[in-house]
Design a protein around this ligand. Structure first.
Ligand SMILES: [Zn+2]
Ligand SMILES: [Zn+2]
Length: 236
């Protein structure tokens, strides 16, 4: 077990050891002390990304542009633009591969910053599920944690009612058309779930081509969901 995999605030002893052997370094400027120092945090633009879910052109509320055919999610909202080499990308990368409480706290700040300005009106929040095999490897689902943070802040229930039906290849390694094929019918609703007429917020950490969220939304639309809003911390 890697000592950086500190889970829960209760694990003080490991936290202390971690601070001695691996002092936190700012992901932005490298200064010691915090994973994101106050100065670097100020450089984050959390004003929101509202773009067409298909072609990425800026639209009102993240809805479809006139040129793109609407599909399963009704619109998409992200907090920041994603660039791997920039701070948001580094935060999300660190969060995905090493669950560190301090990084979760940074995400909480970013999400709060955004939700203070942006009003979300939905009935349920649903995280995009991670496949079991990957969940075992990683020990947590980053979308689950983001959904929990958003749910807490908005006082909206988070429900894990979506599951992966089969193992899929890692999306990042595939081309766009392969991605769609790879995910076809990969998600199903758990038994006895009633979502007809509801508005849902579907959460994934990063939105790139949107094929994962679209495939999840398809399941909900077929089950009679009224509106599906895609939400992610960053959008590529
Ligand atoms: Zn810094
Ligand atoms: Zn478009």
């Amino acid at each position: 077990m890697n000592t950086l995999n500190v889970r829960g605030v209760g694990d003080k002893f490991i936290t202390v050891l971690k601070d001695i052997f691996f002092p936190a370094q700012c992901l932005g400027c490298g200064s010691e002390g915090e994973f994101v120092c106050k100065e670097c945090f100020k450089t984050l633009d959390c004003s929101g990304v509202f773009c067409c879910p298909i072609c990425h052109i800026e639209t009102r509320g993240g809805g479809y542009c006139v040129a793109c055919k609407q599909s399963y999610i009704d619109r998409h909202v992200a907090i920041a633009f994603y660039k791997e080499s920039e701070l948001v990308g580094k935060i999300l990368h660190a969060f995905k591969y090493q669950y560190i409480e301090d990084i979760k706290n940074i995400l909480e700040k970013i999400i709060k910053d955004f939700l203070d300005k942006y009003n979300v009106e939905v009935d349920i929040i649903i995280p995009v599920p991670l496949h079991k095999r990957r969940y075992v490897e990683r020990g947590f689902n980053q979308s689950d944690i983001i959904a929990g943070i958003v749910g807490n802040m908005l006082d909206i229930p988070v429900e894990n009612i979506l599951k992966r039906d089969r193992h899929t290849k890692q999306q990042a390694k595939l081309k766009r058309n392969q991605r769609l094929e790879n995910l076809k019918d990969a998600f199903i609703l758990k038994k006895d779930v009633y979502v007809r007429g509801k508005k849902i917020l579907l959460i994934d950490d990063v939105f790139t081509t949107g094929s994962t969220i679209q495939e999840c939304a398809k399941v909900f639309k077929k089950a009679g969901v009224k509106e599906v809003v895609g939400f992610s911390v960053a959008r590529g």
